[in-house]
Design a protein around this ligand. Sequence first.
Ligand SMILES: [Zn+2]
Length: 263
Amino acid sequence: MVKEKEPGVEVIRCHHCKTDTDHRLLHTEEKEGKYSLGSDYEMQQSGSWSIEWKSFMCVGCHELCIRKTVDDSEAEYPNEEYYPPRPGAEARTPPKWIHTLPDNIDLLVEEVFTALQNRSYRLVAMGLRALMDALMNATIGDCGGFEEKIREMIDEGLLSKVQKEVLEPTLELGHAAIHRGHAPTGNQVDAALAVVMSMLELFFVQKKAVTTIVKGIQPRVKVAKPSKSRQSAAPKTAKALKAKKKQPATQTSLATPANHGTI
Ligand SMILES: [Zn+2]
């Protein structure tokens, strides 16, 4: 479902302009049908399907695109595809690992992506904020507001300075949508979505992968360092001794093999 600004004009992400722009509808084709559900023995029920093709032109760059919408009475939502695909379309599809998330969180992620595909950007910003709240509650418990939770996660070594720097504006986007009536742009929610998805993947998917990664790896073996007397005896020829005198002490120590303490 796409927002229609005025009859015949929709806001669609342009593959040439790389942002959401007004697109004028040029042409529509539709077909539909019915099919039966269940066997002959059971009470006959029928389902219905429809396919719609619409061609559009971006009012900014005049590039054309076609949208194919397939609807089925048995499906929860219609499926939309664009030709050529919209930029960032793959980023607007739920990741494959979504079903490995805790129950309450995977459902919320699904709802955020549904809102994103419907261009309900305020809801996306609010949903992303709620997802970060759920992540922090699952990690450290509900210990206060976002400020307290971020501080607690940093104190526990669970959040880095860089993650804090990208997380705070992401949360701010949600605060602004909820409390100040801010209407986020598509680019804003795409950027915030990338931050939240990376956090969810790190905390709920990659952490589980650690045992797989380290399985079968040989532990590091420490090698004893050569003694100081052997190091000082290293330059044996007169030429090498002369060269050693010319070099600063730090360079000489770097040139010896004594620094290779481990393999
Ligand atoms: Zn365009």
